[in-house]
Write a protein that binds this ligand. Structure first.
Ligand SMILES: NC(=O)c1ccc[n+]([C@@H]2O[C@H](COP(=O)([O-])OP(=O)(O)OC[C@H]3O[C@@H](n4cnc5c(N)ncnc54)[C@H](OP(=O)(O)O)[C@@H]3O)[C@@H](O)[C@H]2O)c1
Length: 230
């Protein structure tokens, strides 16, 4: 089983913050999206918190009953060539359709999800894969995305927690940063990589500059390759 090539793409302030609400930028998403569109990828992948900005905004009512659905991967019917992947271990995103824009939705779950949730996904033809019993094995997740959907290049679009998980697992090949000319300064708000508790001996990830471009007046688009440790 092969895994896709992974490019993490983010927009951040000089202090690494990623929540744009206090930045005072008109249409902040544009700075992110314009550069993202230039990165060749078959799929974009985000954490559950970020995906909830794209999934159903309607109140969801759980149904009662028995839902005997096996905890095995499901490929929903679709004709899309590109994919939107949610790291959603306990199944919190609900869907009105199996598409976000032109991309077919794939939910990445653990076996802790209920049969009722799987039935919901199947009823909308949303694809899902299992990445572990209670915790996700992110390398396995990438291999399944490659083998079941033919995904060869994936762009990880945040947020900080999902980026941190892939960074910690050593699964990021490139990092692309839209550097905004701002110092945010909000303590405790998520930053570009949230790796979690300190593990003794853990080393920072080193990057090698691939390209740098000035965009707009004061923004930079910086692309790095991850230096792999032998
Ligand atoms: N500036 C930018 O470029 C940019 C880009 C993307 C997003 N954002 C912003 O970032 C914010 C969200 O960032 P965030 O860091 O708080 O959240 P996030 O990374 O979007 O989502 C975090 C959630 O994803 C799940 N998850 C991630 N890694 C996992 C792992 N290894 N195993 C199991 N579950 C995992 C967990 O879901 P559960 O809690 O359900 O277990 C976790 O709470 C949003 O406000 C969004 O708008 C900014």
């Amino acid at each position: 089983m092969k895994r896709p090539y992974v490019i993490c793409h983010m927009m951040g302030t000089v202090d690494g913050r990623i929540l744009a609400k206090n930045w005072g930028l008109k249409n902040a998403a544009r700075y992110f999206e314009d550069q993202a569109a230039k990165i060749k990828a078959d799929a974009w992948l985000v954490g559950r918190t970020t995906m909830q900005e794209f999934s159903s905004q309607k109140p969801y009512r759980k149904r009662r009953g028995r839902f005997d659905i096996p905890k095995t991967d499901f490929v929903g019917e679709h004709r899309a060539k590109k994919f939107a992947v949610a790291i959603d271990p306990s199944g919190k995103c609900h869907w009105d359709t199996n598409m976000v824009s032109t991309e077919h939705v794939i939910e990445v779950l653990t076996e802790t999800v209920s049969g009722e949730y799987l039935d919901h996904l199947r009823s909308k033809n949303v694809s899902y894969i299992f990445g572990g019993k209670t915790e996700l094995d992110l390398e396995l997740v990438l291999r399944k995305l490659h083998d079941l959907f033919g995904i060869k290049r994936v762009r990880i679009d945040g947020g900080g927690h999902v980026n941190g998980s892939f960074l910690k697992a050593g699964l990021i090949d490139e990092f692309s940063l839209v550097l905004t000319p701002l110092a945010d300064g909000t303590s405790g708000s998520p930053c570009v990589f949230e790796v979690g508790e300190e593990r003794p001996g853990r080393k920072a990830t080193r990057f090698q500059l691939k390209s740098i471009r000035r965009i707009e007046r004061d923004f930079l688009w910086i692309r790095y390759k991850v230096v792999k440790r032998g």
